[in-house]
Design a protein around this ligand. Sequence first.
Ligand code: ZN
Length: 722
Amino acid sequence: MSAVSEKAQSETTLNPLLIGKGLPPFGDIKPEHVVPGIEQLLKNLEGELRSLESQLTSKLESGDAPTWESLIEPITPITEKLGWSWGIIGHLMGVQNSPELREAYESVQPSLVQFSTQINQNQAIYNALKQLRQSENWSDLDPAQKRIVESDLRDAELSGVGLSGEPKEKFNAIQQSLAELSTQFSNHVLDATKAFSLTLTEPEEVTGLPPSLLSLTAQAAREAGEENATAEAGPWRITLDMPCYIPFLRHAQRRDLRERLYRTFITRASSGDLDNAPLIEQILALRKQKAELLGFDSYADLSLARKMAPSVSAVEELMEELRSASYEAAKRELREIEEFAIARAHLPGKHRPESVKQWDIPFWTERMREIKFDLNDEALRPYFPLPKVLEGLFGLAERLFGISISAADGEAPVWHPDVRYFQVSDAESRETIAHFYLDPYSRPAEKRGGAWMDECIVRAKEGEGVRLPVAYLVCNQSPPVDGKPSLMTFREVETLFHEFGHGLQHMLTQVDYSGAAGINNVEWDAVELPSQFMENWCYDRDTLFGMAKHYETGEALPEEDYQKLLAARHFMTGNAILRQVNFGWVDMALHSQYQPEGDESVWAVRDRIAEKTTLLEPLAEDAFLCSFGHIFSGGYAAGYYSYFWAEVLSADAFSSFEEAGLENKDQVATIGRRFRDTVLAEGGSRHPMDVFKDFRGREPSTQALLRHRGLVALPSLRAQPL
Ligand code: ZN
């Protein structure tokens, strides 16, 4: 062995990213491990993949039909090793980012993406999957195994593996063009957003703006060259970035400035060099061609092939149900806002509205919210110290699902001293089921914003035993300061419950195949069921008062504040629903009914849907489609409805507990156990509709969502026994 390869050898053995299993040794992993580790890993895995391919091909030639053991079991370690190393790096990118790590990540990312494509679009694997599906061996598979193979097959087919010859070339060319168009689309939106700014110099122009927005806009002014800009004296640079645009519309008293900003915002990327209108037509035409190559009538059908929603008409029915339930309420709310606005002529601000326009609604809604609820996020914090909230959450998990959660700090390496480690066990048998990390606090210098749950280890059969799942729960709440515990806003509490819900599905899975354990293989529009379900409990009297205790005095949250929390949940709900229905329906119509080069333009489709889903007619220049990135450059094409789809499921699941009575401990425990045994345990191993029906005893209904959103009168809850 030469000195060079000897050195390479020892680097490999020392590289912690190549361990491939178990808890990640966070203390040992450094950014400099990424490039050599991933290069080595990909070399190894490519070798394994090549030898698997040749085995599969020779088996195929000999007419020997593949089995689960000869096909899926050998692929699994390849994808798992890849997932282990890449998962750690991805996790660290989120929680311990640094320029060194980012650079390393960016340099290995393309080859990682390329390798996963090689697996997902692998011809030999696809042929073998197809053969397994058609052979006698198929009947040996259990239902979960069948579902895994079927979704692998479907995913491969949707990525074009089943095509050959000219259609394949056409398909690949379309994919390429779509990728470029979607990048162009989002670049245009970014550039158009950046191209506008409004520098205000008179204090009178910024009346009403909250201090945080004044500092933000003064900082923007400094960055644009106004060296001496201050929050107090200006100048203030107003932009169309969301953190500026939204609060400006809510708080700026100058109506003319709000109008100007609004009009500019809705025309972003709709003219000149940055015009997205032609791109929209090209994208929709190419998507339709792509769908047709794969044997679908429309792109919406293609998108739904991977989702729980059975058909375009089922989605449209949902939209119509929500629309008709919210329309009158939305009109009432708007009238109320209008009367409220006109009655407040004495308020400062010289431009009193005669009738409310689009740029008035956020402003007056906010004024009404202040008066009606007077609910100050900050004032509630002392009632939600993290330790109490965790106690409440874990107590709830025990009541509902029969699990106990205990601290296991020190049993796993962590990436930051604030990170906690917990053990989950069955309350009855005392057996350990899972573990999770909790990284609760915001660390702006190195941690991405937002909150998420991610898989660290996925449950799977391992030899005679089972490899237990481990989850990452990551939040971004206020850290402890001055010896006080972390004091949370109510929104932060909801977020923690939400992520914990995802974590429960990952950790309480009973599926022993990693391909369908936890959240794996769960349809995209059903994956928010457990998370949104858990959020509901934050409003449950017993759960809330069990944890909402003042961190110093121990006194309970005042009843009045609880009532405000409940009421605020329903504020302007009709308008909120109608707006999302409009987006979801336009998205669906463009991907199912719109015909490229047909008689109805995309704008006519937009107007047709707007007629029934908006109260104020869109302005003539309204070009919101040109900045609708969710569907033209994000992952939501023919999928925007998913927000509602999952909420129907989660609200309906929660209503099962409401029907039994939330204070009825025995019933709550029985239904909770059923939720654990169905939704949480079975995850992706069965179709979500079957899982839901097993839990609920029937198909989902929208009634609970509407009631939770305050849209229908409270029906007699216990009318229908399960
Ligand atoms: Zn979620």
